[in-house]
Structure formats: C-alpha cells, structure tokens
Design a protein around this ligand. Structure first.
Ligand code: SF4
Length: 90
C-alpha cells in the first residue's frame, strides 16, 4: 500500500482538497530542493517519507493528531486498526 493510500484507507479522502492545503504538511529546503513531509504519516530523513503536495488530501487535513506516526504501523496493523474501528461494540 502506498503512503497516501494508507492515509486514505485510514482517514478517508477530503475530496477537492490537496495536501498543499493542509497545515500538517511540512516543507523543508534540502540542498536548494523543496521537500515536503506529512507530520501525521511521519517525518524521516529519507525519501521514504517524502510527500507530494499535489496528492489528494486525506480526512485528517488541518486536524490535530496525537497518535503514533502512521509510517511506524505495518500495513497489516493499519488494516486491522480500521477493521477494529469499524466493528460495532457488542
Ligand atoms: S494529514 Fe494533511 S498532509 Fe497528511 S495526508 Fe492528510 S491531508 Fe495530506
């Protein structure tokens, strides 16, 4: 699952919005190059956490978040977390 797909899987899509519209997108200057990172997905030094400001925004756009960085979750954990949230309480 791609980075942005994982965010959409977890939080849905904010239709008509882009990540560049989100306050959670951080922009760095690295050697004269602009590099973007999503704070909620996680910010690392490598390209694995590089983010496109043109990607379709997820449902966490401009929202506060105090959970773990999504990049630290294995895809299977991510899917399990969503299934658990969707399961009605007994
Ligand atoms: S939290 Fe913001 S920057 Fe990160 S994927 Fe969602 S809309 Fe994009």
């Amino acid at each position: 699952m791609e980075k942005i797909e994982r965010m959409h899987w977890l939080y849905g899509i904010d239709k008509g919005r882009r990540c560049c519209d989100c306050s959670r997108l951080e922009i760095f200057r690295v050697g004269g190059r602009r590099v973007c990172k999503c704070q909620i997905y996680g910010v690392g030094r490598g390209a694995a956490t590089d983010w496109s400001p043109n990607w379709e925004a997820c449902g966490m756009r401009n929202r506060s978040y105090a959970g773990v960085e999504i990049q630290t979750l294995e895809p299977a954990q991510t899917e399990q977390a969503v299934k658990t949230e969707d399961t009605p309480a007994p």
